[in-house]
Design a protein. Structure first.
Length: 93
């Protein structure tokens, strides 16, 4: 679910991504803030690859078939949201 981000928040998101990614960050592109799970949100390019329902299903199945797993290796599954959603399903310490 997307929700509106005011201009100051959008500028702060873009600035932090520019610092983290350096010259590879496509400055000036529209960024959206999307709710992920358990109060977590993810900043995504509006016109780029975005997490979707497939990520949620993949994380759920990983948790279902290995409920006692303490580690997860997330290779090539998109933008890292599978691992984040899987992590959100783990018991809190």
């Amino acid at each position: 679910t997307r929700f509106a981000v005011d201009a100051a928040a959008e500028a702060a998101i873009e600035a932090s991504l520019s610092v983290a990614l350096g010259k590879d960050w496509p400055s000036g592109d529209k960024v959206t803030l999307s709710r992920l799970c358990r109060g977590w949100s993810i900043s995504q390019l509006a016109g780029g690859y975005r997490y979707c329902g497939d990520d949620v299903i993949c994380a759920h199945l990983a948790h279902k078939f290995a409920p006692g797993a303490k580690r997860m290796l997330d290779l090539g599954s998109g933008v890292g949201t599978v691992g984040l959603i899987w992590l959100a399903q783990q018991p809190r310490p």
